[in-house]
Design a protein around this ligand. Sequence first.
Ligand SMILES: *[C@@H]1O[C@H](CO)[C@@H](O)[C@H](O)[C@H]1NC(C)=O
Ligand SMILES: *[C@@H]1O[C@H](CO)[C@@H](O)[C@H](O)[C@H]1NC(C)=O
Ligand SMILES: *[C@@H]1O[C@H](CO)[C@@H](O)[C@H](O)[C@H]1NC(C)=O
Ligand SMILES: *[C@@H]1O[C@H](CO)[C@@H](O)[C@H](O)[C@H]1NC(C)=O
Ligand SMILES: *[C@@H]1O[C@H](CO)[C@@H](O)[C@H](O)[C@H]1NC(C)=O
Length: 948
Amino acid sequence: MASQGKQSKHVSLALLVACWFVLLSSCKANPISNTEAEALLKWKQSLPDQPILKSWVAHTNSSASSPCKWRGITCNNEGSITEINLAYAGLRGNLQNLDFSSFPNLLHLDLRENKLTGPIPTNIGTLSKLQYLDLSVNSLNGSLPLSLANLTQLFDLGVSRNNITGELDRRLFPDGTSLSKTGFLSLKNFALQYTELGGRIPEEIGNLKYLVQLLLDANYFCGPIPPSIGNLSDLTTLSLGLNELSGKIPVSIGTLKLTDLSLLINRLSGSVPEEIGNLSSLVNLQLALNNFTGQLPQQVCQGGKLVNFTASFNNFTGPIPVSLKNCRTLYRVRLEHNQLTGYIDQDFGVYPNLTYIELSYNRLRGKLSPNWGQCQNLTALKLAGNMISGQIPKEIVQLSKMGFLDLSSNQLSGEIPAKIGKLSKLLKLILKDNKFSGEVPAGIGGLSNLETLDLSINMLGGPIPDQIGDCWKLQSLSLSKNYLNGTIPYQIANLRALQDLDLSFNSLMGGIPSWLGSLLDLEYLNLSNNNLNDSVPTSLGSMVSLISINLSNNNLEGPLPEGKIFWSATPEAFSNNKDLCGEIQGLRPCNASVKKKGGGNMKGKLVIIIVASFVGALSLSIMSVGIFLFLEKKLSRNMLKDEGTSKTENPFLIWYFDGNTMFEEIVEASENFDDKYCIGVGGTAKVYKVEIPGAQVFAVKKLRSMAEGTETENIKCFTNEVAALTKIRHRNIVKLLGFCFQEVHSFLVYEFMERGSLADMLCSKEGAKELDWATRVGVVKGVAYALFYMHHDCVPPIIHRDISSKNILLSPNLEAYVSDFGIAKFLKPDSSNWTTIAGTYGYLAPELTYTMAVTEKCDVYSFGVLVLEVLMGKHPGELITNLHSSIGTSVPLKDVLDDRLPPPRNQKIADELALMQNLSLSCLCTNPQSRPTMRNVCRQLEIQVANN
Ligand SMILES: *[C@@H]1O[C@H](CO)[C@@H](O)[C@H](O)[C@H]1NC(C)=O
Ligand SMILES: *[C@@H]1O[C@H](CO)[C@@H](O)[C@H](O)[C@H]1NC(C)=O
Ligand SMILES: *[C@@H]1O[C@H](CO)[C@@H](O)[C@H](O)[C@H]1NC(C)=O
Ligand SMILES: *[C@@H]1O[C@H](CO)[C@@H](O)[C@H](O)[C@H]1NC(C)=O
Ligand SMILES: *[C@@H]1O[C@H](CO)[C@@H](O)[C@H](O)[C@H]1NC(C)=O
């Protein structure tokens, strides 16, 4: 046993020695790998410290530091590096200190999707064996080094989505504004202003004779496409889109074996060489958004493989390519906004794979062929702005996947197919500006996913069908400029998502239904030019989302309702009626004895019905039922919108917008709520700025994780805010876009207000200057309207309890938005409204220090402080105490106004400021009963405007 043990020890010792020997000898035979390791370490040293390179360390116990086991490194049998692969590694730094000449055997260099900056070093040209080079999706700038031409073994070269020759960008926009790479049309404008400055694709690229893929898209290359690309006889993919290339497409490109050719969004011009039709392997051809003229290559689908073809937004003329007719492989086609001619029934065939086709704004004629009904995978058919005539073939209703049908601005006639409702996936149906006649078919009610319906400018008659109420997701409904008659069907009250309702220029009769007031999301209402009679229902006064109303040219009479929209609309909105009265210009003042009619409390009823059915349907035990009582329509709408995945997986993920992946995207875009995105910290939550590529920028308010204690208080704030904000919607209240309530992450998603808070603006000298007097008047009014709405239009009323300049956010136009409803309170009539003290010191109503009774007058007090703060440019501080002690003394306006601004020159503004000062003093009365209500405040602010 013992000897056996000894023996095995010997053996392993021998092995060890052997290993050492091999290692040493291989190192001796290959001093290269030492240099390679040193080169990598030297590079590492020049980079910011990052975990990804943790394994890159010299072995202390040996002069031979083999890098072969380091992360991302691969060696050949001789221990020399052949591959560096650090793609998608979050690598930061630049390439300046990477000595490429130290890697004579490197075949493969992949640094795709990192955060590398700076130029591509010239000595990259020394990697003479390199076959694969991918530097895409970084922030590299400078020009492409000419030395790349020495990498003659390359078959794959990718530098997409960088800032190559990006210094041009800065030269063009010295003020630092940068070009948005996503703005399709803004780029087009940009191109118009552009003057050529250099930064070309080097002609020498033609030396890389084995290239199969060349990806240079989304950079800042300009000048012509080098004709030498025609030498790259193995090239299959050429991607040059999203640059600033100009000139013509070199004819030589037509001699290649390309499968993918993308030139979209450049400034290329001239005609597209007919030789492109020789590319018999072509699968993808993207020519959109250039300045091409002449004909499209007629043989573009000669090889029978074309899948995606775009040529939109150019100046192409001539016929639709003949080879498209039988091109059954087509998947996506966009040719809109050209001057193409042809016949829609003769030039197109049947395409079993086609999902999207847009031919809008060309000069196509002919009729819609029944063949379209056989393109079973079509989700979008857009043919607007042509000269298409005839009827809609009934076969079109077989397109069961259709989501977007736009046939507007053509010469279509006949009736809308009775079975249109079979297109149950349809989101948008736009038939405006044609010659359709007959009635709006009752079958329209089958379009239960429809969001936009535009049948305006046709010759439709008869009544609006009741079934319209079944299109319950409608956001925009326009039936304007037809010959519709009858009354406005009450089923429209079902359309709880409606934002835009235009029934103008018809022959509608009867009264304006009072239930219109229950459409809480409605922003645009146009009922003008009909035969509507009776009075305007008072319920319309409480439609706080309304931005525009037009009731002119009807037979309306009686008083206008009270409400912001009626105080601020122009007189034309009510002109040419029978006998309307009210306190706006152009109308006679109302006789006090005339009683207001209409306006039953339909709103309340609808809410109760909806709430009841949802509480019945969902058992949501984690959150208190009380909270969900307020989720009303938003809950119902979105639960159904997300019926796909998220509903079953996570019942608490309720998005106000489409897209089931938003939750993941937010977590990802904020790198799991990394502090670097944090823009604010509060007691119970942190706020992050989250930018989702291709979408909006959001402010995401994340509740401190529940493990961190004080759970119930935090959850209360969170649910309070959700409850308050899902219930309300107002132009001056920050929009809640979605929320997520979960064990790991609970957060609220808001629109991002880029100008930050009023407090911050007033603090800085530049900010204060930018907030001129007119703007400040607007800010005060905005806050007043929001509070008016919360106190008087919400049932039960909502008290914010924390109005302060920190919680007023500003939009890009410097409009005020009330935010932070964390401690908002619903005033319940049948329960005591006692509470613990909360709010911001300096804005708290004095009664709160000796009684805990909350009334809306607490907000009025804080509003008073805020108004003074806006006038003075700083918190009034002492001044308030002085006001309280010396009753009756008034401070002259000029002593109050912010001296960083010149005194107001405009008399109207000066008057408004004086009024605001007076109002603020009454808001600051110690006795809550003596303070005005927000209704009073708003009326006074409006009357001031109307008198001038
Ligand atoms: C490109 O450069 C501009 C400034 O020239 C900069 O604003 C932008 O963020 C850069 N883009 C990338 C992807 O690095
Ligand atoms: C390419 O390599 C040759 C010889 O190795 C050298 O002379 C030349 O300068 C290199 N070209 C570039 C542009 O680096
Ligand atoms: C497009 O080409 C026309 C002439 O062919 C020229 O007048 C126009 O300026 C060009 N537009 C752009 C954006 O380059
Ligand atoms: C098309 O050409 C006309 C003149 O021929 C020009 O005014 C127009 O800007 C061009 N359109 C585009 C998209 O370049
Ligand atoms: C065609 O375009 C679609 C959508 O843009 C894309 O998903 C698809 O990969 C493309 N097909 C080919 C063959 O490139």
